[in-house]
Design a protein around this ligand. Structure first.
Ligand SMILES: [Zn+2]
Length: 225
């Protein structure tokens, strides 16, 4: 049993840690020494003062997705066999099929996190360009401060023309170079987990005339409901 004072102390530390970790710069530093030390403190507290058992964590159904129910209303799995007739002309599948793997498009995360479908390699899958274009940048240099991008890891920025630009992040390997022309669907890189990522996925954003757009909600890839 913990005393009232111990519980208060834990709550104070937890609140402080949460506030700190919600800072964008702290999020970037999660894997640095500061992050490790903070995790160490949290781990010590959990061991010394274990919490009451919580509800069991939710389990994804076979072949299903572990997402909040409102994570993606139209559908969660996007496959070329189902959508090929419904692709907007000029848009291409980045891989034969993909799924929403993590964060959805929100004001705070103006991108979709995508991955290979269940049963396929999550890491090493090939991710292609959403449209034909020219590679503006392929590399691991995160110094250019792009809003809402944090640490992109190995990433590729493609100029699709007509004011459209796309960026795909967190690759293990880049398979294009800056300045190259790419076709729609042409492979940009191997899915990985470089940069700020907790697992292999592609953080894909698109902007039109400098404004981030929800490239899935725009309906270029009508998902199967
Ligand atoms: Zn993301």
């Amino acid at each position: 049993m913990r005393t009232v004072d111990e519980s208060n102390a834990i709550n104070v530390v937890r609140g402080w840690a949460n506030a700190l970790m919600s800072e964008p710069r702290m999020r970037q530093m999660r894997r640095t020494q500061a992050g490790l030390e903070l995790n160490g403190v949290a781990e010590f507290l959990e061991q010394r003062f274990p919490l009451e058992p919580a509800e069991p964590p939710p389990v994804a159904p076979p072949g299903g997705l572990l997402l909040p129910t409102d994570a993606l209303t139209p559908g969660t799995f996007i496959s070329s066999t189902d959508t090929v007739d419904r692709l907007t002309p000029g848009w291409f599948m980045p891989m034969p099929a993909f799924r929403i793997s993590g964060l959805r498009y929100t004001p705070e995360h103006q991108a979709w996190d995508c991955n290979a479908p269940f049963g396929e390699p999550q890491r090493g899958g090939l991710w292609g360009s959403l449209k034909p274009g020219v590679v503006l940048y392929a590399g691991n240099d995160n110094r250019p401060n792009i809003p809402l991008s944090w640490n992109r890891g190995k990433h590729v920025i493609v100029d699709y023309g007509s004011g459209l630009i796309g960026c795909a992040c967190h690759f293990d390997d880049l398979l294009v170079d800056t300045g190259m022309e790419v076709d729609g669907g042409e492979t940009l890189g191997r899915i990985g987990s470089t940069g700020y990522a907790t697992g292999p996925h592609v953080h894909q954003w698109v902007e039109r005339n400098g404004v981030r757009v929800d490239w899935i909600a725009e309906g270029h890839y009508t998902p199967v409901g």
